[in-house]
Design a protein around this ligand. Structure first.
Ligand code: HAM
Length: 417
């Protein structure tokens, strides 16, 4: 039996990196006042079709839809922003209109074509800053993001920003873009011919190189924006400069989800290849209203944890390995007599794994080496008689005697327990 295509088991070193990144994420979120939210993995399909937009690839081609035994139309969440908004409307989390800062870590599901760094069950960490419409709230959320990435040891990242305006501002652009498109429609793929009718912005997401080429000299959405949207964009750029966060502008970057208004951004890493965004996000001032809540501005981002792990493994910090020891009691009496000591050491916070097999010492030591323990603590008849433990350093091979009452001090002195 095999796992489902595009869905994999996490264990060993890769999982250690997941846990390391999650712990750094929690520290940074806590510092900035973002609180965790956990929403169900399954939602009514409508949450995403209304929230993300029917014309997007995510809703059109990639969702895991099914009906339950009561014929409800349900979907495995392909992203979490729409779910978080559904949760905030349902649970009235904005009752006092105070800004709400939330984060999440969890699996998402998209039926995408398989390639490196792209899975059908993948993980996201996301942050959503809800209730504030200012560029200041955007820069705060972006500073949080870059602190997180820097703390993981990642530096060579490029931030691309754009403004996709408000829906009413896009009308003028659509007229200009449609006539541009008409003049070269034969150069676009069948999907783009559909997109021009449903939502012309989606043509910018098309991954087919000939479609990207056909877009050369396209009219700019930026030219249709009102003064307030242009000012918003200008202020964001000034704030990013003040925060010393380098960025470039990319007028083709519209993001693959329909809910964005004004600011949209992505972060790339050269190591992942030009096509793969490490993360993306932006402003979504109409989503809360669209999903049944009051008009509420919001801004956020989500990062692909699977891609982040690959990057941190190769270019960032190593996940902190906690040194440990293997305690090897030789025989039943030794095992029994060691239990009160072990209980005490565990309570003192030491990382001691216990050998529970009845096997020759040689075999236990081989296991201790393979599991990369720093010390083997050997406890046999001779040790019982003297009230000691023999501590073998598995790197140097040197073995020392240590009285039972000194084990904590010895390990604390010689390891980073
Ligand atoms: P997204 O761009 O669709 O945005 O996804 C964010 C990130 O999730 C991507 O940049 C990528 O790293 C990762 N990702 C997406 N699909 C896959 C996949 N199949 N395999 C591995 N990683 C993947 C959103 O999901 C928005 N909810 C972000 C957001 C939050 N906007 C505002 N708030």
């Amino acid at each position: 039996m095999q796992s489902v295509k595009g869905m994999r088991d996490l264990y060993g070193e890769e999982l250690e990196y997941f846990q390391f990144i999650e712990s750094v994420c929690k520290q940074v979120m806590h510092q900035h006042g973002y609180k965790e939210i956990r929403t169900p993995i399954v939602e009514h399909t409508e949450v995403f079709s209304r929230g993300i937009g029917d014309s997007t690839d995510v809703v059109h081609k990639e969702m895991y839809n099914f009906t339950d035994r009561s014929q409800r139309a349900l979907t495995l969440r392909p992203e979490n922003t729409a779910s978080v908004v559904r949760a905030l409307v349902q649970n009235k989390l904005m009752e006092h209109n105070d800004p709400l800062k939330l984060y999440y870590i969890g699996p998402m599901f998209r039926y995408e074509r398989m390639q490196a760094g792209r899975y059908r069950q993948f993980w996201q960490i996301g942050a959503e800053s809800i209730g504030v419409s200012t560029p200041e709230s955007e820069v705060e959320c972006l500073i949080l993001l870059f602190q997180f990435l820097h703390r993981l040891g990642l530096k060579k990242l490029s931030l691309s920003i754009n403004s996709v305006g408000m829906p009413e501002e896009r009308e003028g652009f659509f007229i200009a873009f449609k006539s541009f498109f008409k003049s070269r429609s034969h150069q676009f793929c069948p999907d783009c011919l559909r997109r021009i009718e449903e939502n012309p912005l989606r043509i910018f997401d098309c991954k087919i190189p000939t479609c990207q080429e056909a877009l050369t000299d396209h009219p700019l959405l930026m030219n249709s924006l009102r003064q307030d949207s242009l000012d918003h964009h200008k202020q964001l750029k000034e704030l990013l400069t003040a925060a010393e966060i380098p960025f470039t502008e990319n007028h083709r970057m519209v993001r693959g989800l329909d809910y964005y208004t004004r600011t949209a951004f992505e972060v790339y890493s050269g190591e992942l290849g030009a096509q793969s965004a490490l993360l993306g996000g932006g402003r979504y001032d109409q989503l809360v209203h669209q999903l049944g809540g009051a008009q509420t501005p919001a801004f956020g981002w989500a990062i692909g944890l699977d891609r982040l792990v690959t990057l941190v493994q190769s270019h960032g910090k190593s996940s902190v390995q906690h040194p440990s020891s293997l305690f090897i009691p030789l025989g039943q009496t030794a095992f029994r007599l060691s239990l009160p000591w072990l209980t005490q050491w565990w309570e003192q916070g030491l990382n001691i794994h216990l050998e529970t097999r009845s096997v020759p010492l040689k075999k236990s030591l081989a296991t201790a080496n393979r599991q990369q323990h720093q010390f083997a603590l050997i406890f046999g008849d001779g040790e019982i008689e003297k009230g000691i433990v023999s501590i073998k350093n598995l790197t140097s091979g040197i073995q020392e005697e240590c009285s039972l009452s000194e084990v904590e001090a010895y390990l604390n002195k010689n390891t980073n327990h």
